[in-house]
Design a protein around this ligand. Structure first.
Ligand code: CU
Ligand code: ZN
Length: 216
């Protein structure tokens, strides 16, 4: 049974249909993970106890300007053209864009995440729209973090009802089933932009070394 539960959301449901309800309750929890790499980095976990429970989304995203940033599940887990190929917000019911607590919202609408002065956002939300089970599972889709704040569909223009006017896509990741051995707080990857500082550090090192040699 445990083996089946780990093999994937869609299979899990089918396998569990024929089992007793006690077994279903015990074994149905699913956990997924999404790792953002690039100038913005992050690790985001999703967990859902069963298909009638909300999904808990937790994690950390680094490299964001302080303030709110739109945060959504997008329809495709496809980053062949960076975050642009992840498509629109995941919207299986053909609704308008909205706030996570609104009736009218895309399933993937998670509002905003908020970066602090250290350019780091901590995520801890419980959501009823994002599912890991069944035909509306977001496993195989993606998370996108945006440049600007999501106006939750209240911006008064057409774009607000589609994207929340959240602007460019700063980071994205493919949502996949998590390895049970992966801890909830893994070490975060380093934003790749900090790699640009390497020549600066190397230059400083050479200058200091030269100064020391001259003193000798
Ligand atoms: Cu988005
Ligand atoms: Zn949306």
């Amino acid at each position: 049974m445990r083996k089946h539960a780990l093999s994937g959301g869609l299979f899990t449901e089918k396998v569990c249909e024929n089992k007793s309800s006690i077994l279903i309750k015990k074994n149905m929890a699913l956990r997924a993970v999404c790792v953002i790499l690039g100038n913005v980095v992050g690790v985001i976990f999703l967990s859902q106890r069963d298909q009638n429970s909300p999904t808990v989304v937790t994690g950390t995203v680094k490299g964001l300007s302080p303030g709110p940033h739109g945060f959504h599940v997008h329809e495709f887990g496809d980053v062949t053209n960076s975050c642009l190929s992840t498509g629109a917000h995941y919207n299986p019911f053909g609704r308008n864009h909205g706030a996570p607590d609104a009736q009218e919202r895309h399933a993937g609408d998670l509002g905003n995440i908020f970066a602090n002065d250290a350019m780091e956002a901590t995520i801890n939300v419980t959501d009823n729209g994002v599912q890991l089970f069944g035909t509306q599972s977001v496993v195989g889709r993606s998370f996108v973090v945006h440049e600007k704040a999501d106006d939750m569909g209240l911006g008064g223009n057409e774009e607000s009802l589609k994207t929340g006017n959240a602007g460019a896509r700063l980071g994205c990741c493919l949502i996949g089933l998590a390895n049970p051995a992966t801890p909830d707080h893994p070490v975060l990857p380093v934003p790749s932009s900090s790699g640009h500082l390497a020549p600066v550090w190397a230059g400083l090192y050479v200058l200091v070394l030269a100064a020391m040699l001259q003193r000798w």
